[in-house]
Design a protein around this ligand. Structure first.
Ligand SMILES: [Zn+2]
Ligand SMILES: [Zn+2]
Length: 120
């Protein structure tokens, strides 16, 4: 019975695994979703809401240019794969509209799936 739980939805990690980002890596390695599995965790969903609230649901890059655009995405300034230890660090997260998100991800055009997941 117990083994059935090992499906990537399990979110019990040690404090150590969380601070080192090891839990994100482990999740990516064990889930069929790979790195996208992170975006489906309740931990990320809660953090994402926090960041949108912090940025008043406005795109930060547009705001820097004096424009007000609703944010649709919370972006990792240092990418998740290279810095999983910063996965949930406020300073590494920024609310963006989809247009600005395209600008910061020139690799998007080769990898649409990744982008769609980060939006959620
Ligand atoms: Zn924008
Ligand atoms: Zn991004």
């Amino acid at each position: 019975m117990g083994a059935a739980y090992n499906n990537g939805m399990r979110e019990e990690y040690t404090q150590d695994q969380i601070t080192t980002g090891e839990w994100v890596r482990q999740l990516a390695n064990t889930s069929w979703r790979g790195w996208n599995a992170f975006y489906h965790t309740t931990r990320w969903q809660a953090k994402r809401k926090d960041i949108l609230r912090r940025d008043r649901k406005q795109c930060r890059m547009c705001r820097d240019k004096g424009r007000y655009t609703p944010a649709t995405t919370v972006h990792h300034l240092k990418h998740l794969r290279e810095y999983p230890e910063l996965a949930l660090t406020d300073d590494n997260l920024i609310s963006l509209c989809s247009e600005c998100h395209e600008i910061v991800h020139p690799e998007k055009h080769q990898c649409k799936g990744f982008m769609n997941e980060e939006r959620w």
